[in-house]
Design a protein around this ligand. Sequence first.
Ligand code: TXA
Ligand code: MG
Length: 504
Amino acid sequence: MNLPAVFLDRDGTIIEDRGHLATPDEVVFFPDTVAALRHLQASGLRLLIVTHQPGIATGRLSNAAVQRVNAHVVAELQRHGIAIDGVYCCPHQRTDQCRCIKPHPFFMERAAAEHALDLSHSFVVGDHPHDVAMADRAGAVGIYVRSGHGERHRAELPPDQLLVPGIREAADWILAHLEMVRQEAQNPGLLEDAAQVLRNGGLVAFPTETVYGLGAVAFDETAVARIFESKQRPRFDPLIVHVADRAMLEQVATDIPAAAHKLIDHFWPGPLTLVLPKTAAVPDLVTAGLPTVAVRMPRHPLALALIRRTALPLAAPSANPFGRTSPTDAGHVSESLRGKVDRVLDGGPATVGIESTIVSLAGKRPVLLRPGGLPLEEIVALIGPVDRSTAEGGHPVSAPGMLARHYAPHTPFHLISMHAPPPRSHARSRVGLLAFQTVNAPDRFAAVEILAPSGDLREAAAHLFGAMRRLDRMNLDMIWAEYVPDTGLGMAINDRLTRAATPA
Ligand code: TXA
Ligand code: MG
């Protein structure tokens, strides 16, 4: 049986692109490379590198120097337990008209023959349009990363090319895609059945990279009404509409300003929701009567495949009862919405783990309505200052994520500061601790959850809701939670902690 593989571009994809690398000491791995490749390898994917080094043809680099750099990259990965099955290098420049330059799939085909690979179940990850074009010609899936030259050449990509921030998200996407293919093989028609349920007015819970969503066709008012009913969600509260491509966006939103296009180009698919003027096609029930619609394109392959298969945008709030902790795996959904949804699709644990960032572009100035899975800093870097909305900020609606009490466990939940003495508890009470990175004297607690031993806020976000649920199931007298640093994703994590701790 032929094996699936991931063909990795070298510069800009797994190591920093610093021009023509001549010596091993110029090699700088991206911080996420090792973990990402480890996950891919652990799932049975073979790993290969296909690199283009035109510096050899132009005389800037010797062939031997390039070989040494390649050997160093392989040896460094080997040191971390990652096996690279082959490194293929095109030394030519385009005017040489060689057969091995990307996007020719020459090296992919050679590797397939040499290593018994199945190209039709393989992937290419790269930061140049030629990388994804090569994938296409070989019958593989191309994933474009914005690292390296990715940002510069983005405009040259075919429409609706899958685009992710970097190697970490590329690996997450590939693993989720493989899992989807595995489930579909085990259970043929799985996706078509779910799409059919949706088209017939049913509810399908589906994975996204942020949290699981409870979806209905956005244009079907009766189906959307069932979402509110099963979530016991107040009617005034508008839903996010999920789309899979630009054409679908235009079915639901209109008068899309330049800043929105900029954000979409950069961050979709991904954890960013935009509030835009709505089209007449969107029912009032979806937007709670507002003239605007919240819309996003999720990154999870199963979400994208489901929306495409349904061929209609899906309105979906997080798949949990109103006000409670959001679901980050399929088990959470089944636990809390049992019997109230027609299908639950399992896409594994959510990799971002916290809901999308919501920005309104429907007014004169951009407004942050909810901090979330895309750090505010990245948005500001792209479009300039973004106002911070408070519930009383004069906005027409306060997002329920903005209601003071939200995301709440059933157990009393209190925030503690890393630097202040903790609240008093009775000597005999059982206290659980939700900590960020380390714990002093863990023995004082009946249970401890550490969000990110490494201190990585992305890891903390991914673990937040799962950890809250585990503590909540332990019949503790109270849970103490520690704030995390308030930068990047920390802002969204602290927001959720504060709302979970607000008294009912
Ligand atoms: O990550 C997410 O965004 C997840 C996944 C499933 O995509 N969805 C999610 O949906 O968190 P939900 O319904 O729990 O939160 C939607 C938020 C609400 O806080 C709502 O008030 C706000 O979006 N919203 C929706 N339409 C809006 C509008 N027209 N103006 C302002 N806020 C809006
Ligand atoms: Mg590159």
